[in-house]
Design a protein around this ligand. Structure first.
Ligand SMILES: [Zn+2]
Length: 279
């Protein structure tokens, strides 16, 4: 839950408590009874909303997911919960005769969970549809073949062949899944709603400041650890940085320590530390 949701719950709870005191005429027994009932109802509701645990087969798919391997036992439980929730609550749709499999759902959900793992659960509520093409698809709007895209109207589009290609070599800094979800993260942060402005303003200021130098370098054609595609615009710069941040944390840190630290601070996780701790 976001801080806003906690404040709203606190506010409503306060009003409910006042009503309770007035209605019960100050009778402690009634007050405790009603409060207990509310707590029981709340937890029953939460239990109902909880997604089913991942099956053994679904967990076996996660075992192949690099990020999962770097998590502690407790973190794995939380990660599995998030993956399960995302697979249950997103609408996955195949295009061009593609049949959506459990493996596709789990790996895409895991990528979403990976990027947001430093935060309290971000469900990417504004992106409820995930469209999967078998391979790069032609877009009549741009006249080009696309490997993926994110649409502010709430759709994440991926080419499955390219998504898999991104995972095949886990340290080459290319990962279409991470790239597209990185775009979704920035949009989710910008679209007003329950999941809004979770990226801290001060962290964003630091990121923008540090990023500007490298962005200018790339645009000026100077060599950089960050892939040149990042020079397309600031959104692409962020998405490419996310790919390299997760896939090449050591190289990233060695080449651009300030930019690496700004990213770790912004998304509240440090892949380098995870790898050091758990591999
Ligand atoms: Zn992009």
């Amino acid at each position: 839950m976001s801080t806003n949701q906690y404040s709203a719950i606190g506010f409503l709870g306060g009003i409910a408590l006042l009503f309770l005191i007035v209605l019960s005429g100050g009778n402690i027994a009634i007050m405790i009874g009603v409060a207990l009932l509310v707590v029981i109802l709340y937890f029953s509701f939460r239990a109902l909303k909880k997604p089913p645990a991942l099956t053994i087969q679904q967990k076996a798919i996660l075992v192949d997911f690099d990020f999962y391997k770097t998590l502690t036992i407790a973190e794995r439980k939380e990660f599995e919960y998030r993956v399960s929730y995302l697979t249950q609550n997103k609408e996955f749709m195949g295009r061009k005769d593609l049949v959506v499999t459990d493996r596709m759902k789990i790996l895409i959900a895991a990528t979403i969970a990976q990027i947001g793992f430093g935060f309290e659960f971000i469900t990417f509520e504004d992106f409820d549809k995930i469209i999967i093409f078998p391979k790069a698809y032609y877009s009549k709007y741009t006249g080009h073949y696309h490997k993926g895209e994110v649409n502010a109207s709430g759709v994440i589009v991926l080419s499955w062949a390219d998504f898999l290609e991104g995972f095949k070599i886990s340290d080459d800094g290319y990962n279409v899944g991470l790239h597209e979800i990185a775009h979704a993260l920035r949009l989710e942060d910008a679209i007003p709603g329950d999941e809004y402005h979770f990226l801290k303003e001060t962290d964003l200021t630091v990121w923008n400041h540090v990023a500007e130098t490298e962005y200018d370098n790339i645009r000026a054609g100077k060599p950089s650890f960050i892939r040149s595609y990042a020079g397309t615009n600031r959104q692409e710069f962020f998405a490419v940085c996310i790919e390299q941040f997760f896939e090449q944390p050591q190289g990233f840190y060695d080449a651009l320590p300030e930019l690496y630290k700004a990213m770790a601070r912004l998304i509240k996780q440090d892949p380098l530390k995870r790898k050091r701790n758990y591999f």
